[in-house]
Design a protein around this ligand. Structure first.
Ligand SMILES: O=C(O)CCC(=O)C(=O)O
Ligand SMILES: [Fe+2]
Length: 485
């Protein structure tokens, strides 16, 4: 009884005889235990507090107002949840010496046929329709007024149009070793499948026909591992015959001029014709991109096609690869990359007149379940060839005066910046059956390498850079109401 009192009680009556030694030891042990318990609890408590503080700091720095390349907060005010809000990510830009948060707004397509109301000009509501999700492609009827279309065409005529580079048929009279060497991008002495596939993305410089590529592709597939690589010896055996320039098919002796178009470039910056400046601002509102990114992009390209004119399927932008640099940033940032590509995040096409027959812009693989190079050349059909296969593509847009279409040539990188080339953005321009077709291309150039873009901006637009908001935030008056119907 006494023992149990001594063990469990905190105070021991002074009138009671001293506790046996063993019990005293037990008492001491008990107080040590409670101290240890207290220390452990305190340690946990502190760790918990530190975690909470770290979390708060993380949230704080992730919500810091952006600098270069940011949209400056809510990029697009939308009536419902259809607005894409890319997750934020703090990027360090050593050249700018400050953490930079990048949010490129990206308009959501929701589903094919979805219509959003957009406010682009005062007292007018435009309806923007989703044409495809892969690529993310929209059509905006009446984007330009008849008068604006007329002014753009006349300004182009005033400036003068030059012959667009035709696609020529020419036998390649280079020795196979040299062709092999040109194709061997990584210079490892072997041809990998990826190196051949890369060729099919090439734009104007395309110099092998799809048939040539198919032949080499078949050779790679025929190799024991079914995927190449090809040695020079194997390549020589395979392709010494009939290497021709794109897009003339083998056996064609006297091809028609393939493109039959003329073009010019119209500057849209300060001092340019009011209509051109207005159109540029409208594109900024449409895309919701930071104005500076739009301002620093290529001028407006105006193209006139005559009867028979067309453009084979191509990508407007290039593959994102460590070996490639963007044309617009390469000089400014002095990079020494092996290849240069126009980094066109977005293409906006304005139709300046209506076309009766032919001349559609076509997206051969839009919304296909998968994208496979070899699916472009199947059953004797070459989906890249607009002279033969225009009607075989998945989607065609008829040019209607004043309409605009726009699409993203790149995917998002998942952090709010420009990611990989969207291969589904492959498009071409069908043969114009008769008459004339006038279009304008507004390309928005953004380097997928954010640091290169930031350095470029710092160089070409230093004032805006120093102003804090970098001139790339969306001005209040540019914020649109995008409303889904
Ligand atoms: O004219 C068209 O419809 C599209 C033109 C085009 O894709 C281009 O010039 O890159
Ligand atoms: Fe194009």
């Amino acid at each position: 009884m006494m023992e149990s009192q001594g063990l469990s009680g905190t105070y021991v009556s002074p009138t009671l005889p001293p506790l046996p030694r063993q019990n005293r030891v037990l008492l001491n042990k008990s107080s040590v235990c409670s101290r240890t318990y207290f220390v452990v609890v305190m340690v946990f408590f502190h760790v918990y507090i530190i975690n909470v503080i770290a979390l708060l700091l993380y949230v704080y720095y992730n919500n810091d107002p952006g600098e270069i390349g940011t949209s400056g907060g809510d990029p697009m005010i939308n009536s419902d949840s259809s607005t894409h809000q890319p997750p934020s990510d703090p990027h360090k830009s050593p050249d700018l010496g400050s953490p930079v948060k990048i949010h490129l707004p990206r308009i959501e397509g929701i589903r094919v046929g979805h219509i959003q109301k957009i406010s682009l000009v005062p007292n007018k509501v435009h309806k923007m329709r989703t044409l495809s999700l892969k690529p993310l492609l929209f059509e905006i009827p009446d984007f330009l007024s008849e008068e604006e279309c007329r002014v753009v065409v006349q300004l182009a005529q005033l400036k003068g149009l030059t012959e667009s580079r035709g696609e020529v048929l020419e036998q390649l009279d280079l020795p196979p070793e040299e062709i092999f060497n040109l194709l061997d991008l990584n210079q490892d002495g072997q041809l990998q499948l990826q190196e051949i596939l890369t060729q099919s993305h090439a734009r104007d410089g395309m110099w092998l026909t799809p048939e040539n590529l198919q032949e080499i592709y078949a050779g790679l597939k025929a190799n024991p591992d079914r995927n190449g690589p090809l040695s020079l010896e194997e390549f020589t055996r395979l392709s010494t015959r009939d290497l021709r320039r794109f897009p003339a098919p083998l056996g064609v002796e006297r091809p028609q001029p393939a493109q039959n178009s003329r073009h010019t470039w119209l500057y849209q910056g300060e001092g340019a014709h009011r209509v051109l400046q207005v159109l540029r601002n409208r594109v900024t509102r449409l895309t919701q991109l930071p104005p500076l990114l739009v301002e620093l992009s290529e001028p407006l390209q105006v193209v006139r096609y005559e009867q028979g004119g067309h453009r084979h399927a191509h990508h407007d932008s290039g593959l994102v690869h460590p070996e490639t640099a963007c044309s617009h940033t390469s000089l400014a940032v002095n990079v020494s990359a092996r290849f240069e590509t126009p980094c066109r995040y977005i293409t906006v096409v304005f139709y300046l007149n209506s076309v009766e027959s032919g001349g559609e812009t076509t997206f051969p693989v839009a919304d296909n379940r998968t994208y496979e190079e070899k699916a472009l050349f199947q059953n004797g059909v070459n989906l890249l060839d607009m002279q033969k296969s225009c009607d075989k593509g998945n989607l065609r847009v008829k040019p209607t005066q004043g309409s605009a279409i726009f699409w993203y040539n790149h995917l998002s990188d998942g952090k709010g910046w420009v990611g990989e080339l969207d291969e589904y953005s492959l498009h071409g321009d069908c043969v114009l059956a008769h008459g004339t077709k006038w279009v304008a291309n507004n390309w928005i150039n953004i380097d997928p390498d954010h640091q290169r873009q930031a350095r470029y901006q710092k160089l070409v637009a230093p004032q805006q850079d120093d102003e804090g908001d970098s001139g790339v935030g969306i001005p209040e008056q540019h914020r649109d109401l995008h409303q889904d119907l």
